[in-house]
Write a protein that binds this ligand. Structure first.
Ligand SMILES: Cc1cc2nc3c(=O)[nH]c(=O)nc-3n(C[C@H](O)[C@H](O)[C@H](O)COP(=O)(O)OP(=O)(O)OC[C@H]3O[C@@H](n4cnc5c(N)ncnc54)[C@H](O)[C@@H]3O)c2cc1C
Length: 390
């Protein structure tokens, strides 16, 4: 069954159409096979790269298409609406921003055009650690400056796509926490070329998860990184990572809206076609209303997302809207996933319908890249002015 696009008008119609056409070459069978084998969807990522979609946000001056965030959101939404999954490559769109905003001209010249051409992959983003979790400033990975390089020691967890990336944006501590003025001081961002690290200094171990996400844990044991790979100023890395969060939240929210649309369309088609007690199940309000409710939830979340994108693309810093969009869109996609399984009855659990796979995939976004609780504490503290809860 092909998934129809929505009937209302959306931005970037040509981009959406070409992404959707590209995704037709990667039907359910393809994703099911990757999922079963927990295999990286390399052919899909290659097709997206060759079509220039992964370089959409890189400025033209650095070899990309120089499109606004709205275009990146449209690309990711369409991938998910078509039943595909951008988790294998979406990070390149937002991690690239750290390099673009805070890297030196020499760094940008060295890496961005090669990323845009698809010769270099910047897919890995090493922030989370097993002990610090959400409390990023408590991270323990250190980078000590020795002559013309840094020596990195420590561990990261949930570093997705590290096995399929050449470069990694790595957040680590360059000044001990008790020596900084604020706990957010003393963290730095290194651009690590993982191809240059020796096998005994960089160990990447895959973590099997409930969905196919190519995520890993990484161990650094005296790994050398040239000092010239420091992004921006030493000690200001936390701010650099934070400055990319709005874009990340908006792009992930767009994926969630794509998922929600897929679930709604899939459920609608099934409810119209499946006949029980001599009539389509979609004629029963017990089936029809949950689909309508999921649609209402998706549309309202989508409108908040559009507002976040609009503000971002006009140069605002829409912290509130980006957080609202991420939370509401993730909740809308999860509600639609639940509804879709229920609409399909037993077939919601059958692999060949793709519903159970998308259901597992949709669950992630209330935990990563930021959990719903942390969004609520952002709203409580920064929007409502309540005391900080942690
Ligand atoms: C598949 C997958 C891919 C990922 N990819 C990446 C990646 O590429 N790079 C990367 O750096 N990270 C990645 N992550 C990590 C992800 O960002 C974290 O899992 C997420 O931020 C939550 O951190 P945690 O798992 O350590 O949970 P914890 O910090 O241990 O929190 C556990 C629970 O407690 C809640 N909690 C914690 N503190 C508070 C508080 N003060 N108030 C209220 N609730 C609280 C959290 O919201 C969460 O629900 C990935 C995770 C997954 C599962």
């Amino acid at each position: 069954m092909s998934i129809k696009p929505p009937t209302y008008e959306l931005d970037h119609p040509e981009i959406r159409e070409s992404v959707s056409r590209l995704c037709e070459d990667f039907p359910g069978e393809y994703w099911r096979k990757c999922d079963r084998e927990q295999a990286y969807p390399g052919e899909f990522v290659k097709a997206l790269t060759e079509s220039g979609f992964l370089g959409a946000l890189i400025p033209e001056s650095h070899g990309g298409s120089g499109l606004p965030l709205s275009a990146g959101a449209a690309i990711l939404e369409e991938i998910h609406r078509s039943g595909s999954n951008a988790g294998a490559c979406h990070a390149q769109m937002y991690t690239m921003g750290t390099l673009l905003r805070h890297g030196s001209e020499a760094q940008k010249e060295k890496y961005l055009p090669a990323i845009a051409r698809g010769e270099l992959r910047l897919q890995a983003f090493g922030v989370t650690e097993p002990t610090s979790g959400t409390d990023t400033t408590a991270l323990r990975t250190t980078a000590n400056r020795v002559d013309d390089h840094y020596v990195v020691n420590g561990q990261k967890i949930w570093t997705s796509r590290a096995e399929y990336s050449d470069l990694m944006i790595l957040l680590c501590r360059t000044t001990p926490k008790d020596q900084g003025q604020k706990k957010t001081d003393g963290l730095s961002v290194l651009l690590v070329d993982m191809r240059e690290a020796s096998d005994d200094s960089l160990t990447i171990r895959p973590i099997r998860t409930m969905m196919n996400h190519a995520t890993t844990e990484i161990f650094f044991d005296d790994m050398k990184v040239p000092a010239e790979n420091l992004i921006g100023d030493e000690g200001r890395g936390f701010r650099y990572i934070l400055s990319g969060m709005n874009a990340e939240r908006i792009l992930i929210a767009a994926e969630c809206i794509g998922d929600a649309k897929w679930f709604i369309q899939k459920a609608t088609a099934y409810a119209a076609e499946r006949s029980v007690f001599g009539r389509p199940i979609g004629q029963n309000q017990g089936i029809q209303f949950p689909i309508a409710r999921a649609y209402a939830q998706m549309r309202s979340a989508e409108l908040v997302l559009r507002e976040a994108i609009r503000l971002y693309d006009t140069g605002e810093n829409p912290g509130e809207e980006a957080n609202l969009a991420k939370m509401l869109c993730a909740e809308a996609s999860w509600a639609a996933a639940e509804m879709c399984v229920q609409t399909h009855g037993g077939f919601g659990f059958a692999e060949e319908y793709d519903v159970e796979r998308k259901f597992r995939e949709a669950r992630l976004y209330q935990v990563a890249p930021i959990s719903t609780n942390l969004i609520l504490s952002y709203l409580g503290e920064h929007v409502l002015g309540l005391p900080r809860s942690y």
